[in-house]
Design a protein around this ligand. Structure first.
Ligand code: WTA
Length: 652
């Protein structure tokens, strides 16, 4: 934990309940028996899912090897992820089924059937092969939400080359660090991205990153926005030049179940993001199973996960889970409120979306816009709603349920992480009685507990503690890339034998899990995971900053918002202009999602006698509330000084 934050207190008691709609329950993919079945033999349960949902070119010899903290699943088995997501559906007669209804921000559209997807993936796999990419090589992907993004990921998977997707909103610095860490041999990007009617220039950012990420020998560039970009002879290739002329046939490379499928970097408690490792067989089993049961996917459903593929939600529930299940998805490129706040609702109406999966921050932002926007559209196709990324406040849950779901769509509040690969705590829409604000109970076969600081289980209904997982699951992370010590220290050391998730949680007397936010130095801003240390180092990187401390304060729309406290170097004058410059500096170093909403100049920071910054007090100041316990503060006058002198700051 970051400092002496008091034991988490469980203060909230939400008691409204919603039963599954009877019609939905009768036909649901998951019945109540699934819990008992999985509990009786969880290895057998996952083996049954892996065998029935996926095609293996070689059967596995052993279901699970669990040498804490390392799990291996379906050992000896071989398969190809792209074959499982695309080719086998075409072979099975689903070639004409739509894989993606894609809609660009300016309003252009594309429809890709499974046969189209197969041809595009094969052409891209051939192009990557021509550029020298081989099985096992890492390939960076830095793209907007266009069809070439999943195509590129699947092309990598087809070759058995792990992809390393970097969110298109991240800066060149963030891209560079991830490319260097993964030693990528190639990068796939685009000229630009549409966002709120404007073009974001991705290629220039990619060029800056590639200049220092010297393992990258080739850059493949999709033309999306048509802005002028520099192309470096011999290194940069237009997608339309090289991919389009390839053959649309490519034999999938069978890989071991434990072959690395991808790396995805996520923020931890230090400035350096961790490369989370996901492998093939177990990961696909986990995402396909959860997608089928939690979203109750039927063959003719239109499903829309409105996340960005740059995050794990997009990897698991826009690409691998839905495609493994031969689902028809909607994919939308741009900003949710563009050109007006009913863009999402017009998409739901147009494509007759049955299942919508999004983040609480989006729901709160729509809620603020009022009910007239959704009321303009027929949303009656919706059957199931989902949320992910941060705790959802009951008020937003109830608005989503009533205003978007017409009061008859179950809301599945799904808890999981980049590290877990798949949803772990969630309702099953035809089974679970919902309580707004609770992610309800662990998925069948999953074992989660809440423990106190000593690792003892906190009895149900008695208070808060730390969420842990005490049994392996197929899509769990296999490690932190090139850093086994960090893997051990971050997740497995705190409570021996158990995976420490970093979240506070309480379980009520009926066994419902209530997530209570992070207990470490990770913030959740609009559902995005950002480390306080990462933002602090970006600030200190500026020539006028001597020291900085960053905390998340609660925000009605974004969940948490970033507050920065900055000590300037001697002789540097505090000013609004400088505050604006520093906020921008953070956006340039990390990405716009990390730009502090509030930045305060201060002569000192509150520290303990041993010199640790007391973030808890900074949070109190940021939220303008009475200070908590100050007895460990080295200089008790300092907090009042900060409060008084904190005037010369700037807020967004
Ligand atoms: C938070 C996102 C409460 C949690 C898939 C977790 C949630 C972190 C929920 C992982 C939820 C995610 N209720 N909190 N339903 N879902 N979280 O890696 O703090 O971006 O540890 O993965 O998001 O964030 P990540």
């Amino acid at each position: 934990m970051s400092d002496q934050r008091p034991e988490i207190e469980a203060l909230f008691a939400e008691r409204r309940e919603f039963q599954p709609p009877a019609g939905l329950a009768q036909q649901a993919n998951a019945g109540p028996g699934l819990y008992q079945e999985a509990e009786a033999d969880y290895e057998g349960f996952w083996a049954k899912q892996a065998g029935s949902r996926l095609s293996w070119t070689k059967p596995w010899d052993k279901v699970l090897e669990w040498e804490l903290p390392y799990a291996k699943w379906f050992i000896g088995g071989q398969l190809n992820a792209a074959y499982n997501c695309v080719d086998r559906h075409v072979e099975g007669g689903l070639g004409e089924k739509v894989a993606y209804y894609w809609e660009g921000e300016p309003g252009d559209t594309r429809t890709l059937t499974y046969a189209d997807l197969q041809a595009e993936v094969n052409k891209c796999a051939n192009a990557l092969t021509e550029l020298g990419v081989k099985t096992g090589d890492r390939v960076g992907i830095y793209m907007p939400m266009i069809p070439e993004l999943p195509i590129a990921m699947l092309a990598c998977a087809k070759i058995g080359a792990p992809h390393v997707v970097v969110f298109g909103g991240f800066s060149s610095d963030a891209l560079e660090g991830r490319m260097i860490d993964s030693e990528a041999v190639a990068l796939i990007t685009s000229d630009g991205a549409w966002r709120n009617g404007k073009v974001l220039d991705l290629k220039t950012a990619a060029d800056v990153a590639v200049a220092n990420a010297t393992t990258i020998k080739n850059v493949l560039v999709v033309k999306r926005t048509g802005n002028d970009v520099a192309m470096q002879e011999g290194r940069d290739h237009w997608w339309h030049d090289i991919v389009e002329r390839q053959s649309d046939q490519f034999d999938p490379v069978p890989v071991d179940s434990e072959h690395l499928l991808y790396l995805l970097h996520t923020s931890g408690t230090t400035a350096k993001p961790k490369g989370i490792m996901h492998t093939t067989g177990g990961y696909l089993t986990g995402v396909s199973t959860t997608h089928h049961y939690i979203f109750d996917i039927k063959p003719n459903d239109v499903y829309w996960c409105a996340a960005d593929i740059g995050w794990v939600t997009g990897h698991s529930y826009i690409v691998y889970g839905p495609l493994a299940n031969a689902t028809t998805s909607v994919m939308y490129e741009g900003a949710p409120m563009f050109p007006e706040p009913d863009r999402w609702w017009s998409i739901v109406e147009k494509y007759k979306v049955n299942i919508l999966y999004c983040a609480p921050t989006a729901i709160r932002a729509f809620m603020k816009q009022g009910e007239t926007w959704p009321a303009k559209h027929d949303l009656s196709s919706l059957r199931i709603l989902g949320t992910v990324g941060e705790p959802i406040n009951p008020e937003a849950w109830l608005w989503y349920h009533a205003t978007i779901g017409g009061s008859n769509c179950p809301v599945v509040d799904t808890w999981w992480q980049t590290e877990t690969g798949m949803i772990l705590i969630t309702p099953l829409p035809g089974v679970t009685t919902l309580r707004p604000g609770s992610a309800t109970t662990p998925f069948p076969g999953i074992s989660a507990k809440v423990v106190d600081a000593e690792g003892n289980e906190v009895p149900n209904g008695s208070g808060g503690g730390y969420l842990v997982l005490n049994r392996p699951w197929p899509s769990m992370l296999r490690g932190v890339y090139k850093d086994p010590d960090r893997f051990m220290n971050t997740y497995w050391k705190r409570f021996p034998g158990m995976y420490f998730a970093g979240d506070g949680c309480k379980v009520d007397s009926d066994g419902y899990f209530w997530l209570m936010g992070r207990v470490d130095d990770v913030m959740k801003v609009s559902g995005h995971r950002i480390s306080t240390t990462e933002v602090e180092s970006a600030l200190v990187d500026h020539h006028s900053v001597a020291e900085a401390a960053v905390v998340g304060r609660s925000d009605p729309i974004t969940g948490e918002a970033i507050s920065a406290f900055v000590i300037l170097k001697a002789n540097v004058e505090a000013s609004d202009a400088l505050a604006a410059e520093l906020r921008e500096h953070v956006a340039e170093k990390i990405g716009h999602i990390a730009r502090p909403k509030q930045l305060l100049f201060t002569p000192e920071l509150p520290k303990t006698r041993s010199g640790k910054i007391m973030r808890r007090l900074l949070r109190d100041i940021a939220e303008n509330r009475p200070l908590g316990d100050v007895t460990t503060l080295a200089d008790s006058g300092i907090v009042e000084t900060i409060r008084e002198k904190a005037g010369a700051g700037e807020s967004e």
